[in-house]
Design a protein around this ligand. Sequence first.
Ligand SMILES: [Zn+2]
Ligand SMILES: [Zn+2]
Length: 199
Amino acid sequence: MITVKRFLSRTMDENCYVVEEKDRVTIIDPGWGVSSEFFPLVGNKQVRVLLTHGHADHIFDLDKIISDEIVIHELDRNMLIDPEKSLLNIFGKEALLIEEAKIRTTEILDGLWKCFHTPGHTEGSCCFLYDEKLLFSGDTVFSNSIGRTDLPGGNKIEMERSIQQLRRLFYELPNLRVLPGHGPEATAQDILRENPFFR
Ligand SMILES: [Zn+2]
Ligand SMILES: [Zn+2]
């Protein structure tokens, strides 16, 4: 059994999630101020960070975490290096002090984890599926809305395609818990019924 915990980054109202597996802790989107809260969960376990995309509100605390690897889509990788691309500079952070060797750009994850490349909010936006039960949807899908496409790297057409891809997944897995980057979680069937972008 695994556990999933949500940590709210109050400054930017962003959800960070921590999934505890037997030998590993997976941290999804460590936003501003959350890292100290989940420190006790880590222990001696391996630590992996999965990033749904490279925006400042999802990566702010990345350099406060001692991790073994950081996974981000290759199309968003430059956002970890360039604070203007991630908009970190707007929040007064001029650089993320991370070891570039730890960054892994891949869509292939191990075990029960799967990555779906869902561009539209940013070029490299991804959703991460765990065991066909949990979907970490970043800023691509919220319970009642979808992510904006008007920021640099955003693309409305690609977003529509990504939504189509997720709609198929939601029909296949109606009980899926969708855990977004902002706001409350919802099940796939709730989203199909209530989210105006999926109806
Ligand atoms: Zn974003
Ligand atoms: Zn966000």
